[in-house]
Design a protein around this ligand. Structure first.
Ligand code: HEM
Length: 489
């Protein structure tokens, strides 16, 4: 019965290029035991078997795509919106939040939450970017003139502060005190979720619960859910108990000097008739916390590295900043951030070479013709932006760091699905504009005060994926002062 059930899947899968399989395990044994080996295997798969390649993880079929024509068929579709089965390991933290959910609930939630990401609203978050950038600059001061250091942990804490304040309206001061239970739990949980996905023996909930990883995850979840629940209860009371909810939100701010958080906007939507239960609110806040933290950490760290390695590009960004700010040390405004066109090209080019999410996935519920092949119903699909972005057909001399690729005239005629760091189509990244503004605010503050220099001897990245793209050797560079006045907070 099992064989008969699997036959249609197997027959169609056999026509798709891919490595030889072993009985029972499929290709799982080749994945290795570390995230680095998994990353290397995924890249090898596309490199060796081409832009459509299949693997078997035991009885689970996955097809990895790196051709924009194939990718468009799925990402451009309004129907194929289910997530790959690996996303279920995110559910203990995120429940049925937007990232893990599908179907009508996902559509309804996205419709409710989307207005909170409108650029007019995003203006309200700029002061959070500025205040936390100022703390970052002070923390980095000790590295001026010193040897190379890893910038990743600094970016990790500044983005955590930003996302906590923006999502929940709570200052956790991770940059000033990184030893808090909350900060530690966020760090540990992202790793634990991802690691579990690649340890098949921990897939069964009952076994996972007994493992040390499972026990650690449970402890972290108690801390994180405890915090979100507490904040939601408090904010909800403040907003819903007042007749003029918006004014009330302005007055009460749980210790944070801010007027809006994504949570407040969702609560206001509920007040105005949207249907989101407290549990759903919590899941969406947790989702924004996860989706908006490590992704920006990774992109900011690699942007710094690219700027340090390419001093000419860095000086061009600094000239742009001089044109915008002159000699003033004032904070950046939304308009300033929007004017930073060249810096935006730099971030885009960084994300081309170092996409924060180097692999993500969907699930196909009906047979799907794809070129000469058919993706069978029941197949997981992975997208491989890392390899896609290095295809010379779309990006000549792909290893060269060249922000001019993203000049408007150079983007003309390029396939719309050949560059997908924020995914694409109806299920693309909801936080794209927020992320771009945040990254521009932090990088511009950094470059107005410091010069980023290549480490000595030059640092070699050793890429891996732990939820997001990271380097096992860190992201090492040196700092020098630009000798100008510090950017005020
Ligand atoms: C450099 C920064 C970022 C990158 C590269 C990035 C990339 C992505 C990608 C590739 C996806 C699709 C994932 C998938 O389909 O499984 C995604 C989804 C999402 N991102 Fe981002 N992201 C970034 C920052 C953010 C930020 C700052 C937020 C929130 C403040 C955010 C919120 C979301 C949400 C809610 C989704 C789920 C959308 C849906 O499924 O409808 N992201 N992001």
């Amino acid at each position: 019965h099992y064989r008969a059930k699997m036959r249609p899947l197997v027959e169609k899968a056999e026509k798709i290029p891919g490595p030889q399989t072993q009985p029972l395990f499929g290709n799982a044994l080749k994945f290795g035991t570390s995230t680095k080996q998994f990353f290397d295997y995924m890249m090898w798969l596309t490199g060796t078997h081409g832009p459509i390649a299949r693997v078997w993880v035991g009885p689970v079929l996955a097809v990895l795509l790196a051709d924009p024509k194939y990718i468009e068929i799925i990402l451009g579709s309004n129907k194929i919106i289910d997530k790959a089965i690996l996303y279920k390991f995110g559910e203990p933290w995120l429940g049925k939040g937007m990232l893990t959910n599908s179907g009508l609930t996902w559509k309804r939630h996205r419709k409710i939450i989307m207005p909170a990401f409108h650029v007019k609203i995003l203006d309200k978050f700029v002061h959070i970017f500025n205040a936390n950038s100022a703390i970052l600059l002070d923390r980095l001061a000790k590295h001026v003139g010193g040897p190379g250091f890893d910038v990743y942990p600094y970016m990790n804490l500044v983005t955590l502060d930003v996302i906590c304040e923006s999502a929940m309206g709570v200052k956790i001061n991770a940059q000033l005190d990184s030893s808090s239970d909350y900060v530690n739990s966020v760090q540990i949980l992202g790793d634990a979720m991802f690691r579990r996905a690649f340890m098949p023996w921990l897939h069964l909930d009952s076994i996972f619960a007994l493992s040390s990883l499972g026990r650690m995850q449970k402890k972290c979840l108690t801390v994180l859910h405890g915090m979100t629940k507490k904040v939601i209860k408090s904010r909800k009371e403040q907003i819903l108990n007042s007749e003029t909810g918006e004014q009330e939100t302005d007055l009460h701010d749980i210790g944070a000097k801010q007027k809006y958080a994504f949570l407040d906007l969702m609560i206001q939507a509920v007040r105005d008739g949207a249907t989101l239960t407290d549990q759903e609110l919590q899941e969406e806040v947790d989702t924004i916390m996860l989706a908006g933290h490590d992704t920006t950490t990774s992109a900011l760290s690699f942007s710094c590295w690219c700027l340090a390695e390419n001093p000419d590009v860095q000086e061009k960004v600094v000239s742009e900043l001089r044109e915008i700010f002159g000699d003033s040390n004032r904070d950046a405004t939304l308009r300033d951030l929007q004017e930073m066109k060249y810096l935006e090209q730099v971030i885009k080019e960084t994300l081309r070479l170092f996409p924060s999410v180097p692999v993500f996935g969907r699930f196909v519920t009906e047979d799907l013709p794809m070129g000469d092949y058919v993706l069978p119903a029941g197949c997981n699909v992975g997208f491989n932006p890392y390899m896609l972005h290095r295809n010379p057909e779309y990006f000549p001399e792909p290893e060269k760091f060249d922000p001019d690729r993203f000049l408007p005239e150079n983007c003309l005629g390029r396939h719309p699905y050949c560059y997908i760091p924020f995914s694409a189509g109806p299920r693309n990244c909801l936080g794209l504009k927020f992320a771009m503004l945040e990254m521009k605010a932090i990088l511009s503050a950094l470059l107005r005060r410091y010069r980023l220099l290549q480490s000595n001897p030059p640092h070699q990245l050793d890429l891996t994926v732990v939820l997001v793209l990271e380097s096992l050797t860190g992201v090492v560079l040196r700092l020098d002062s630009r000798g100008s006045q510090p950017v005020s907070s």
